[in-house]
Design a protein around this ligand. Structure first.
Ligand SMILES: [Zn+2]
Length: 284
């Protein structure tokens, strides 16, 4: 446990009065899979997730397959504004963790924390920049445990850039639709233990057309549909494995005016997100 990371994550949990931080994802996924936790992590394994997994898997049972879906910029504000959509994710998942983010609430800073458990001061990305992270990450943990991991994302996006140089594979796509289709192919034709799939369209469109424009809302609904697809596909293809599917956005957003949205501020609209966990026991 890194004390600096712990204190920085706690600062935002205290400010927003949340039980969880986005920095809890990596230590939680490590705990249920029995992977080593990154040395710089200050996150806390989420007891509700760990206990639920233990109950389902029984005894010494561990999680075996993990799929993490990352829809950029869909925050708690969207859960409030579009409940009919986000409740679909909640119903499929079962576990909802209202989590505070980190500052500045921009993509590389937040995903840096989500996939390392380290706070921005510790992982080193403290502004909108995409250097390769030097702290340990979830991907190093998976590799150290002898597991096969892959990141599928549009090329040159943050998540495509900052986790390079790991002993994992990278699929760098042109579009979100292509990322979703590659993720399905990876599930069907390969045998990965950890798949991360990222969607940029909602974030991109919200910046250029507004948080609640018709184009943006269509993109948000597409993210929900992809999560439904991944739930169905992981049940179908990973059915014999203990498995976990996670909805893990980086931050929310807020309007600048009717035609543009932004994020990066220390305000609830940007800083509060829901991470949803869907945990299933394999049919042995
Ligand atoms: Zn983002």
């Amino acid at each position: 446990m890194n004390e600096t990371s712990f204190a920085e994550l706690k600062k935002y949990k205290d400010q927003y009065n949340t039980d969880y931080s986005i920095g809890d994802l990596t230590p939680t996924v490590c705990e249920i899979n029995d992977w080593p936790v990154p040395a710089q992590s200050g996150g806390t394994p989420v007891a509700m997730v760990v206990d639920h997994a233990q109950r389902l898997f029984g005894g010494e049972g561990k999680n075996e397959k993990t799929f993490i879906y990352c829809p950029d910029a869909i925050g708690d504000i969207h859960y409030k504004h579009y409940p009919e959509e986000l409740k679909k994710v909640e119903r499929l998942a079962g576990i909802k963790l209202l989590s505070s983010g980190v500052m500045p609430s921009v993509t590389p800073v937040c995903f840096g924390t989500i996939f390392s458990g380290a706070s921005p001061q510790v992982h080193g990305i403290t502004q909108y920049a995409k250097p390769v992270l030097t702290v340990e990450t979830l991907f190093d943990s998976a590799a150290a445990a002898g597991k096969k991991a892959v990141i599928v994302s549009v090329n040159t996006c943050s998540i495509d850039m900052i986790f390079r140089k790991r002993k994992i594979e990278y699929i760098s796509t042109r579009t979100d639709a292509s990322s979703r289709d590659f993720a399905e192919k990876l599930l069907r034709w390969y045998d990965y233990d950890l798949i991360v799939c990222y969607s940029t369209d909602y974030d991109h469109l919200s910046h250029h057309t507004g948080c609640d424009s018709e184009e943006s809302v269509t993109a948000l609904k597409t993210c929900v549909r992809y999560f439904e697809d991944f739930a169905r596909l992981t049940d179908e293809i990973w059915g014999k494995y203990n498995r976990t599917l996670i909805w893990a956005p980086d931050h929310g957003n807020h309007p600048v005016d009717e035609k543009s949205g932004t994020h990066g501020a220390n305000v609830p609209e940007d800083m509060l997100v829901n991470h949803f966990y869907r945990i299933k026991a394999g049919e042995k």
